[in-house]
Design a protein around this ligand. Structure first.
Ligand SMILES: [Zn+2]
Length: 321
């Protein structure tokens, strides 16, 4: 595949460890994802030795070197010398390092997944703050209970499920053990949700909701907690991250016995993105990228909470098996 062919393809967004990498960084050509390897290596602090026909990628985090040879759809790992097949040959002509996404994932010790519909590639390395947690996600409503009707054909129960599933995949890729109270459109009582959280042995639980406020002055992101100080901190981290990610005002946290909060013996919060009832916001969340942005915001909120928990020397979560 020539570089010019790559440039004609569709623009691909790159999400690196849960954060959007800005700039011209990726191309989607059919099902194949190509990324700007230099931009990613720089973000990861990797060292590249670029030669005429050989490129060495030294990753300080894994301590590993991966060698690519021009025109070969394979990579060689140092140490055991194993050779790994790639989706296509990396290309470093014209001063640009255009690599298949799987090559970069291999070099950086990351997992890779491509959402061709949304035009996003996710490259995720294990996260030391997240990898010791068992996290239960609870998409609000479901089945005969649709939740808020958000207009434009968007129903809250479906939006909650989409965001929770995407967030679950991101957390798993970062090393957390993840459970969901539901993975399809089914009825669940608060008691069912509690039982599932207990059976899962959740170390943290996050319930995801969306509302619709007709009065624009009341739009915003907020989160609920009940009684526990660790839950209040989790809720505050989520509300702040959600407001930043969706560019909504932060309405902070409220203490209330809602959903399954009172039955859990772990930090738990209910997030509520209260959308302004305008077409612009609904269009955003009707598009997969808008929903992915929300999942990324929640990931940031969870990570923020986990990093302060670690800094305090407190481990609330059950250790991952
Ligand atoms: Zn709701």
């Amino acid at each position: 595949m020539s570089t010019s062919h790559v440039y004609r393809a569709r623009r691909l967004r790159v999400v690196l460890d849960g954060r959007v990498l800005e700039g011209t960084v990726g191309r989607l050509d059919g099902q194949a994802a190509w990324v700007n390897a230099a931009a990613i290596a720089s973000r990861w602090g990797a060292r590249l030795d670029v030669g005429e026909d050989v490129l060495g990628w030294h990753d300080p985090r894994t301590g590993r070197t991966v060698v690519f040879r021009r025109g070969r759809a394979q990579a060689q790992l140092d140490g055991d010398g194993a050779v790994v097949a790639l989706a296509a040959s990396p290309d470093w002509s014209d001063g640009m390092l255009i690599f298949p996404a799987d090559a970069v994932a291999l070099a950086g010790g990351a997992s890779v997944s491509v959402d061709t519909r949304a035009g996003v590639v996710f490259l995720t390395r294990p996260d030391p703050y997240l990898s010791s947690w068992r996290i239960l996600l609870d998409p609000g409503h479901g089945g005969r209970d649709p939740g808020s009707s958000l207009g434009g054909g968007l129903v809250e129960k479906d939006l909650n499920l989409y965001v929770a599933r995407r967030l679950g995949r991101l957390l798993k890729a970062a090393g957390a053990v993840v459970g969901l109270t539901r993975v399809s459109d089914v009825d669940l009582t608060a008691g069912d949700r509690c039982a599932r959280a207990r059976r899962f042995r959740a170390g943290m639980a996050v319930s995801i909701h969306h509302g619709l406020l007709l009065e624009a002055s009341l739009q915003g992101a907020e989160a609920y907690f009940y009684r526990r100080e660790d839950s209040r901190r989790l809720a505050a981290s989520l509300a702040g991250a959600l407001a930043r990610g969706l560019q909504l005002p932060s309405r902070g946290v409220r203490e209330a016995n809602v959903g399954f909060l009172s039955c859990l013996s772990c930090p738990a919060a209910v997030t509520e993105a209260a959308l302004p009832g305008d077409d612009d916001t609904l269009r955003k969340l009707n598009h997969p990228w808008g929903r992915i942005r929300e999942a990324l915001a929640l990931l940031e909120g969870i990570r923020g909470f986990c990093s302060t928990a670690r800094a305090d020397g407190v481990v609330w979560g059950y250790p991952a098996p």
